[in-house]
Design a protein around this ligand. Structure first.
Ligand SMILES: *Cc1c(COP(=O)(O)O)cnc(C)c1O
Length: 458
């Protein structure tokens, strides 16, 4: 299906750009043989504008990371003001005032006990750093337990695309090919459900926690850490965990002496209704991985927060080789830190979290309504994100053949109704920036409905 851009009055220059895009740019998670260029040239608030002048609601928050909208004046100003000082230094052995301030502010807003901030460039790297720190920790702890070399992860988990991250990842269609290159995590079934009618049901809370407890007992003394996305597994298809699972997992890991790595790359910065998802169950992890919303969707930056206990195990004279020999060239980049700081100011000044409940409620009203469409088999929501699962037969829950790409078709069709959406397989995801208005949520839902109808009722 042609995008709105390529069907309209594209100028010769736009045609040339589209041609270069097809020929030279290898897009992420995209079959380039089927790729139809759509070039976004500008943005404002929750809206994006392509190079033919078409406007679209940014229904995926520019891949789950935009928070306060595009071209927020305060964020733009912070970026410009930092650029007038210095764009980049290095955090290998030296520092920068803006980065220091940002680290301090992150510690202030993070759950208690997370006092140390390791900066990197993207979510995968934040997870990799946590995995390596946890592994190294057990070699260097006051009472070393070097047999703790393994990681427990959750079914259908997504933690990024680098080799360590796919080792703990469980979305088979992304990872199975590379299995020979990765380490094997110990896998738990996801406590969050897919489409209830189509697949095995999600285990109930007690059963899910009992499985975790039993798994850690079976692997006694050999597990370094449990890694998981708290409350909701996004890339899995918006799998929402039963309330209490996170708190239970914290208690059980603590009891077994296993570290807890929470990947809040997608859930962090307000997406679930609180600044961090883990606040909702009063949980402080040993590692907190942040990226996507960390700079409100402006610049690539990630952070791995951890505790004094972990940090202390890495201290010692140089000759002891306790150093964390790991880092990224742009880690702690001052431009990104400046925007990240300004974003935390915006959270406070614009009372962003307090503005969310009516938006979440409105999104749920629409999601529930769309759930009554003939080919929407399940609806799942956590905070300001909803997933609508398309099925071939609602009565039996029979899925579409994946080759039919119904989710993709629905999102492409929604472009003609003024929204950019991104699917997860056959799950159509509604994940606007937090700044979205109620009116814009209505428009987003209308575009999603039109897209779903076009893809399923034709
Ligand atoms: C997106 C994502 C990642 C990977 O982040 P990148 O910046 O794309 O490397 C890791 N974990 C979760 C939960 C994510 O959603």
């Amino acid at each position: 299906m042609a995008s709105a851009a390529s069907s309209g009055a594209a100028s010769p220059a736009a045609d040339r750009l589209a041609d270069w895009d097809r020929r030279h740019v290898w897009h992420a998670f995209t079959q380039m043989q089927e790729y139809e260029p759509l070039l976004i040239e500008s943005g404002q608030g929750a809206w994006l504008v392509d190079n033919a002048g078409h406007r679209y609601l940014d229904g995926s928050a520019s891949m789950w990371c935009n928070v306060h909208g595009h071209r927020h004046p305060k964020l733009d100003a912070a970026l410009a003001s930092q650029a007038a000082k210095v764009a980049h230094t290095t955090n290998l052995g030296l520092s920068n005032p803006t980065t220091v301030e940002f680290a301090r502010r992150l510690v202030e807003v993070a759950p208690p006990g997370l006092e140390k901030v390791f900066f990197s460039g993207d979510g995968s790297s934040a997870v990799e750093a946590a995995l390596k720190m946890a592994f190294q920790y057990w070699r260097q702890a006051a009472r070393p337990e070097p047999d703790r070399t393994r990681f427990v992860a959750i079914g259908e988990a997504y933690h990024g695309d680098t080799l360590g991250a796919i080792g703990v990842g469980g979305v088979d269609r992304f990872t199975s090919l590379f299995a020979p290159l990765t380490f094997a995590a110990i896998r738990l079934p996801s406590p969050g459900g897919p489409c209830p009618a189509t697949d095995r049901p999600a285990p109930a809370l007690d059963e899910a926690l009992a499985t975790l407890d039993r798994t850690l007992a079976e692997h006694r003394g050999t597990v370094a850490a449990l890694v998981m996305e708290p409350l909701v597994q996004m890339a899995a298809g918006i799998y929402v965990h039963p309330p209490g699972y996170l708190r239970g997992a914290r208690e059980i890991t603590a009891r077994h002496g296993v570290l807890l790595i929470l990947d809040e790359v997608a859930t962090g910065f307000g997406r679930t209704g609180t600044l961090f998802a883990c606040e909702q169950e009063g949980v402080s992890p040993d590692f907190l991985c942040l990226a996507k919303g960390l700079t409100a969707g402006y610049l690539p930056m990630a952070a791995t927060l951890t505790t004094e206990r972990i940090w202390n195990a890495f201290l010692g004279p140089h000759g002891d080789r306790r150093t964390f020999f790991h880092g990224h060239t742009y880690g702690g980049n001052p431009l990104a830190a400046a925007v990240g700081l300004a974003s935390l100011d915006v959270f406070r000044e614009e009372q962003v979290l307090a503005s969310l409940p009516p938006k979440i409620a409105r999104l749920w009203e629409h999601a529930a309504r769309l759930g009554r469409l003939d080919h929407v088999g399940a609806v799942r929501q956590c905070g300001l994100v909803a997933g609508l699962e398309l099925v071939a037969d609602k009565a039996t829950g029979r899925p579409y053949a994946w080759q039919e790409k119904r989710g993709t078709q629905a999102c492409l069709a929604a472009r003609h109704h003024g929204a950019l959406l991104r699917q997860l397989g056959d799950v159509v995801v509604l994940m606007p920036p937090l700044c979205v208005t109620l009116d814009e949520i209505d428009q987003l839902a209308a575009a999603a409905e039109a897209g779903i109808r076009a893809a399923t009722e034709a």
